[in-house]
Design a protein around this ligand. Structure first.
Ligand SMILES: *Cc1c(COP(=O)(O)O)cnc(C)c1O
Length: 458
């Protein structure tokens, strides 16, 4: 490694604590990448080394790094107003963005509450749902139903309704206790069963939980179609249709966490569209600014809004805020992102890109150490396994995914597997040649990982 790269890494490790990182890993062979610039689907380090950003910088980037349209929108806004308190003040970018989100979202979602990151939008939806029931004479609705293997963020409330042990276990004594229902995740379907058959049959668990707990439950919270941090596990839209019908029948809200799936990622603008349903709360973030600036929003119904609307002295208001709520620069980036999404060629190009991804992954589906290749739109994932026939996993502590990660990095591809799940979730601007590279490097990385556990790979 060159001196400039090495020097920055040394300074970094002396002062920074990185997110979701066991910092000792960086002294045990996991390289830290000193990124100096980005362009399109690529990141460049301080010495001119390039890395293909196959994970859209943690699923946020849609139209490439340093996108000229978004850059320009932020620059223009920067000359007018950088930020203003959104309580008591209004500004054009927030209003226009709210109008546009409402016009794009599934029908019935007519109000927008901004926050400044995904987790905080989950906190808002959880609080609002309970508070709605309280304001309408049901203060006993204080619980949430979630799915096994779900992820909704790392703040205490969001962590409570998630179900990924590595993120959650240490904090268990601090958390609310959700009612957890087995996920409709199709990785666990019987041989010969279709996704729809499996997901639909799994709904029996949800129905039973609603029967038993609806009276004390404010909302069901779930990630529509793809459970992201849980390893890109996927399920059929039929589950969401069943859920909408059942929640209406039982008087329970649906909180759709589309923080990862929103804005075209799954092949439709929102994943809920594929089921033709409208949730009561829709949480969006990540791709909303094209991966530029922190911003999130909760979209909700007029009925919910009206349950809070009254004379101040009746104390029914929603008194919740984050300092950077509705930041104008972030809203400007979001508006430019929505412009790009609205171009007719964007979604057709995504379909073509998704097809190229499937093609590039097809040879991997036959690899003796790949248990499954699955895809929903612009998310393609594969399970690295010890034995393909029985889908036996590698022991978790062998950290095979990390061996794959390091190999891919050496070949100029940034992948960051989730445990032993390797996935591609690239910016929408990735081209055919880059996808071909992704396929080639992933195949090599799978070979390396299958041969060598992390602790013996150095
Ligand atoms: C990333 C993510 C969150 C949390 O968003 P942050 O902005 O990281 O707080 C919540 N839910 C899902 C589905 C996510 O993918």
């Amino acid at each position: 490694m060159s001196d400039r790269n090495r020097e920055l890494i040394q300074r970094d490790l002396a002062v920074l604590w990185h997110p979701t990182t066991q910092m000792k890993d960086h002294e045990d062979g996991v390289p830290l990448i000193p990124v100096a610039s980005g362009r399109g689907a690529w990141l460049q380090d301080q010495e001119g080394g390039w890395y293909l950003d196959a994970i859209s910088s943690w699923w946020v980037n849609l139209f490439g790094h340093c996108n000229p349209t978004i850059n320009e929108a932020i620059r223009t806004q920067l000359e007018r107003l950088e930020h203003v308190i959104l309580a008591g003040c209004s500004h054009e970018p927030a209003v226009t963005l709210a109008e546009r989100l409402v016009s794009l979202a599934p029908s019935g979602l007519e109000r927008v509450f901004f926050t400044d990151n995904g987790s905080s939008s989950i906190e808002v939806a959880l609080k609002m749902s309970h508070h709605f029931w309280r304001n309408t004479g049901h203060p006993e609705k204080t619980r949430y139903i979630n799915l096994s293997n779900s992820y909704h963020g790392d703040t205490i409330g969001a962590l409570s309704v998630g179900d990924v042990g590595v993120f959650k276990d240490a904090y268990e004594p601090l958390l609310m206790e959700p009612i957890t229902v087995p996920s409709p995740d199709c990785f666990h379907r019987e041989p010969g069963q279709s996704w729809a058959e499996h997901s639909e049959s799994m709904f029996a668990h949800m129905e039973a939980a609603l029967e038993e707990h609806a009276h004390e439950t404010a909302a069901v919270i779930l990630e529509p179609l793809v459970q992201g941090a849980g390893g890109m596990r996927m399920y059929d839209p039929i589950y969401l249709q069943r859920l909408r019908e059942a929640c209406d029948r039982h008087g329970v809200h649906i909180i759709a966490d589309e923080i990862a799936t929103g804005f075209g990622r799954t092949g439709s603008l929102f994943a809920c569209e594929q089921a033709g349903i409208s949730p009561d709360f829709l949480c969006v973030s990540k791709g909303i600014t094209g991966g530029y600036l922190p911003l999130a929003a909760v979209l909700l119904t007029e009925r919910t809004y009206q349950a809070f609307y009254d004379d101040f002295t009746r104390l029914t208001g929603f008194l919740h805020s984050h300092s950077y709520t509705g930041n104008p620069l972030a809203c400007a980036a979001a508006l430019a992102t929505l412009d790009l999404l609205a171009e007719p060629e964007t979604m057709t190009r995504n379909q073509e890109t998704a097809r190229l991804m499937a093609e590039a992954a097809a040879p991997l589906a036959k690899h003796p150490n790949i248990g499954e290749v699955r895809q929903t739109g612009m998310i393609l994932a594969m399970e690295l396994v010890q034995d393909r026939e029985r889908c036996t996993p590698f022991p978790w502590h062998e950290r095979r995914g990390l061996s794959a990660y390091r190999h891919a990095l050496k070949r100029g591809v940034l992948m960051r597997p989730i445990g032993n799940v390797l996935y591609w979730m690239p910016p929408y601007v990735i081209d055919a040649e880059e996808i071909r590279l992704l396929g080639e490097v992933t195949a090599e990385a799978v070979d390396v990982a299958a041969q060598t556990p992390w602790n013996r790979s150095r």
